[in-house]
Design a protein around this ligand. Structure first.
Ligand code: BEZ
Length: 210
């Protein structure tokens, strides 16, 4: 199944290192990142999971929960967790879904047979409070993800949701943003009474709303 932006994130119940997860209920009324990694006891995955554990408070600041998945069992995840703590200097502090029958991996299209025939690739789904998929990323097994970039995309998505602004190339939190084309100048005056810079009628730059 291929999941498109704007689709409702498929709901599921699955075992995890923090007990059974009913996905939509677990998300609650905030944001969520669901990410897959190919396999337990593999090097790149070990570094990624350590990094996500270190960044947990950054996700929390954004009212965003994180949950990982691989096609190994929860028992295997639990054995691997001590290696993650030993080598990355941080304990796993978010749930890892066990998916040995690949039911969640198949539901989310995380298995790309031409890349890895039975294992999940590095998929990322950012899901909003309305349970819709806001962003997807797919990396091959050999390329570890940049989770600072994933935090940056969450900042951008949340600004768009709240303030009807878009974020330009290489934007970082605190930098100027762009008023979305769907907003007329009249509507923009109400939202941005401090004004904005019009470089072209379709390119209106404004300070990042607080
Ligand atoms: C890794 O996490 O290092 C990895 C996993 C599967 C294939 C290649 C690399």
């Amino acid at each position: 199944m291929s999941i498109k932006l704007g689709d409702t994130a498929p709901d599921f119940t699955a075992p995890s290192t923090q007990g059974d997860i009913k996905f939509h209920q677990w998300i609650g009324d905030g944001w969520a990142v669901l990410f897959s990694h190919p396999k337990d006891f593999t090097p790149v995955c070990t570094t990624e999971l350590g990094e996500v554990a270190k960044l947990k408070s950054e996700f929390e600041k954004r009212h965003c929960k994180v949950i990982g998945l691989s096609v190994d069992s929860v028992d295997e995840h639990e054995k691997w967790a001590s290696d993650i703590e030993e080598t990355q200097g941080v304990a796993l502090n978010f749930p890892l879904i066990g998916d040995p029958d690949r039911s969640v991996a198949n539901l989310y299209g995380m298995i790309h047979p031409k890349a890895l025939d039975t294992l999940t690739v590095r998929s990322v789904f950012v899901i909003g409070p309305d349970k819709k998929v806001k962003l997807t990323l797919t990396y091959p097994a050999s390329t570890g993800r940049n989770f600072q970039e994933i935090l940056r995309t969450i900042d951008s998505l949340q600004l768009t949701a709240k303030h009807q602004v878009a974020t330009p190339v290489n934007w970082k939190h605190g930098e100027d943003v762009i008023i979305v084309p769907a907003l007329s100048d009249e509507q923009a005056k109400e939202k941005f009474p401090g004004g904005w810079k019009t470089l072209k009628p379709y390119l209106r730059v404004v300070a990042q709303p607080k």
